[in-house]
Write a new protein. Structure first.
Lengths: 423, 300
């Protein structure tokens, strides 16, 4: 125990060291991300001072780009589980070596999701009102409280799993299965829960027929299993090229196989939704009509949704046509479907739920520059967390970041006490 | 060695520069934090404030209104009366769509002047349908039009209110007399209730409401028409600062056609009971199961 009190701070300190060292590509990337975050922070400060009225939202469309990105980010976090399942449930050893990429993505995406909620609420100074015991937490009635519970739980689970595995490796010790396998198995169920609850947040509202469909949770999950693998497939290739590590191709192809299935299930679910809406018709179809074709001359979302449809359909074709020789087909498919799902879940789902309003008023919404800045800032934060997490993981797994006191012959500055106890 | 110390130095400089840049980027926030007080920050939920704490809160809010708006107001914490259950009914045969109720609400409840906010929206609906898809709120010109009938919509004070269910912090609840209220000092502004309400009855304070000092209604209550803070939800409270003291809602008094009927549902002799028992009464969107306290009726 005493040894950990000394070696854990060393682990953190070295992690900071590793995260601030790198090539010029790394420094450029970090500088760009920092600059975007600064722009976002500044925009948020202005929004707090001037009020939410500085955004494009209104009493008619009272959630916009922030909640759209929130829903997507939760999906991205859940999508990482598509690496965890093959690695732990199907004992795919190659996947096991890189599964931490999915877990780090989960951490980064959950932090983004929490960021998107924070910038969406009018009074972030009152967030403590949600704190159990201190405030009044309307659990279990409010789905939003469920979301707070499952999201923070998922964040803690993944922080524990990543932190434990990296720390043990840093010490040069074998991780004890009892300390992480149960948590990994729990995280699989938990990943499903975060996106289910986020879907229930919308589908539980009887006054909004566009969201009030049992298909919403399955759709959310399936599209999460599109966006998550799509992101990781690209990330693995970048890590291989820039990270100076050998990664076997197996895990990437496993993810491509998964994506080839989920992308089609996603299209099928969208088709089912479209059929039910339009074949039934009537006033409850007003939002879907507005989204896909425009209503009474209002058609701001039409280009968005058709972009999503085209991107997802083209991506499905490219995924089938791609192979080892034509990997760029698959890469392009990943980019297209990532954007496609992002539109589908945000501008294509959150926003049209409000148009027309519950009293059938047609007020449109377009995110303004301030909202885009804040959203970009949070994405930059997420990408920074992901990059740094990956960087530390690579350093640990390639033995470049090791506890010198434990693994190497003691250099003059090393602490003999720690060495003795850990050995 | 030299390379390492040069790197450390550069990292230190980078970190300092980064921290300074973040501080600078966050600077506009002070404009907002200047408006916040420690007492306000630590204030407890309405239901947890005892008498003396509530007194202190009311006096602080009065001082704040004087300071920020230049108006001397009186904020009361008026509670429900035992044996009173409020109900409201509206005669669609009589309503002419003049929107005076909406205007009266605007003035009574100290709504933001620039946005012309009100808790009431009046729909002009095509005769021959009850489908709101064939309605508009943006009609103008002379009323009533021959081919329209008019339906004012405000909070229905539902007995099974979706807005109360979804609130993550219990900032909104149903009072003993049936009125659904918001603690403006507890609401976090997530707007989940606004998404949940099937009647679009809730409003958000997208910016700090602005009302000239001489137009501010000084008779206020904590749970109703006091000046609302920026970034929180608000809604119709059946004018509880009036109705709990035996007066009628402002929208009713303003109605030139006598379309509005308000009263105690528990009083068998009340006009509201007469309407519910003898007229063709319906509630809006009965199918969503909200059980409103607001009724519509036809008398022809």
């Amino acid at each position: 125990m005493n040894a950990h009190a000394r070696s854990y701070p060393r682990f953190l300190l070295k992690a900071v060291g590793v995260s601030t060292d790198g090539s010029w590509v790394f420094y450029t990337w970090m500088t760009v991300l920092t600059a975007i975050m600064l722009v976002g922070v500044n925009a948020w400060a202005h929004q707090l001072a001037g009020g939410m009225g500085m955004t494009g939202m209104s009493d008619h469309v009272s959630w916009g780009l922030y909640i759209a990105n929130f829903a997507f980010a939760v999906g991205l976090a859940a999508g990482g589980v598509m690496m965890v399942i093959p690695a732990y449930l199907y004992d795919d050893h190659d996947m096991h070596d890189v599964v931490i990429v999915g877990e780090i993505l989960a951490i980064a995406a959950i932090i983004m999701a929490l960021g998107f909620v924070t910038v969406d609420i009018g009074r972030p100074d009152r967030l403590w009102h949600m704190a159990p015991l201190l405030g009044r937490f309307n659990w279990p009635v409010s789905m939003l409280t469920w979301d707070v519970v499952v999201l923070s739980g998922y964040l803690l689970l993944n922080l524990h799993i990543c932190g434990y595995l990296l720390y043990k490796r840093f010490l040069g010790e074998r991780p004890d299965k009892r300390w992480y396998v149960p948590f990994v198995l729990l995280s699989i169920v938990w990943a499903v829960s975060i996106h289910t609850v986020t879907a229930f947040l919308f589908s539980g509202l009887g006054g909004r027929p566009f969201w009030n469909t049992a298909l919403l949770a399955p759709r959310f999950l399936v599209s999460a299993f599109v966006s998550g693998p799509a992101f990781i497939i690209i990330a693995l290739q970048i890590i291989k090229r820039l990270g100076g590590v050998k990664i076997p191709d197996g895990p990437m192809w496993t993810l491509i196989k998964i994506l080839r299935v989920t992308v089609f299930i996603n299209l099928f679910l969208v088709l089912s939704e479209i059929f039910t809406e339009f074949y039934t018709g009537g006033s409850h179809t007003a939002s879907a009509t507005y989204l896909y074709f425009g209503l009474h001359g209002h058609d701001a979302l039409v280009p968005w949704i058709w972009t999503a449809v085209v991107f997802n359909v083209v991506a499905a074709g490219l995924l089938l046509a791609g192979n080892k020789e034509r990997l760029w087909f698959i890469d392009l498919a990943c980019v297209l479907t990532f954007i496609g799902v992002w539109i589908e879940k945000g501008m294509g789902l959150v926003v049209p739920g409000f148009i027309p309003s519950t009293l059938h008023e047609l007020v449109e919404y377009m995110p303004n520059e301030l909202e885009w800045r804040i959203v970009a800032g949070i994405w930059a934060l997420g990408m920074m967390i992901f990059t740094l997490g990956i960087k530390v993981a690579i350093a640990v797994f390639t033995n470049r970041m090791q506890d010198t006191a434990a693994a190497l012959p003691p250099v003059p500055a090393a602490e003999p006490v720690a060495l003795a106890e850990e050995a | 060695m030299n390379e390492t110390s040069r790197r450390t130095l550069l990292k230190g400089a980078g970190a300092t520069l980064g921290a300074a840049a973040f501080a600078k980027a966050l600077a506009p926030i002070t404009e907002w934090t200047d408006d916040l007080s420690m007492d306000g920050f630590l204030q407890k939920h309405y239901k947890e404030l005892d008498r003396s704490e509530m007194e202190a809160v009311l006096r602080r809010l009065e001082a704040q209104t004087l300071d920020e708006y230049g108006a001397q107001v009186f904020i009361d914490d008026v509670r429900p009366t035992e044996g009173v259950q409020f109900g409201y009914a509206l005669n669609l045969s009589a309503c002419i769509g003049c929107r005076r109720c909406a205007e009266a609400c605007h003035n009574e409840n100290n709504h933001d002047r620039a946005t012309n906010n009100s808790y009431i929206r009046v729909l002009a609906i095509d005769k021959g349908t009850v489908d709101l898809a064939f309605s508009t709120t943006t009609y103008d010109g002379a009323v009533p039009q021959r081919d329209k009938y008019y339906m004012p919509v405000q909070c229905h004070q539902c007995d099974n209110a979706p807005c109360i269910k979804v609130c993550p912090v219990e900032a909104t609840w149903k009072e003993a007399d049936g009125i659904v209220v918001v603690d403006y000092d507890w609401c976090i502004g997530c707007r989940y209730c606004e998404a949940a309400c099937p009647y679009h009855a809730r409003r958000f304070n997208w910016s700090k409401p602005e009302v000239p000092a001489d137009e501010i209604n000084p008779d206020q209550a904590y749970l109703s028409n006091r000046m609302r803070p920026q970034g929180v939800m608000e809604k119709c409270t059946f004018c509880l600062h009036r109705t709990r003291k035996g007066k009628l809602p402002a929208c009713l008094e303003a109605c030139p056609t006598g379309s509005r009927v308000f009263g105690n549902l528990l009083d068998p002799d009340s006009e509201i009971r007469q309407v519910l028992e003898h007229k063709r009464v319906f509630v809006l969107k009965e199918d969503v199961g909200t059980q409103p306290r607001f009724f519509y009726f036809f008398d022809e």
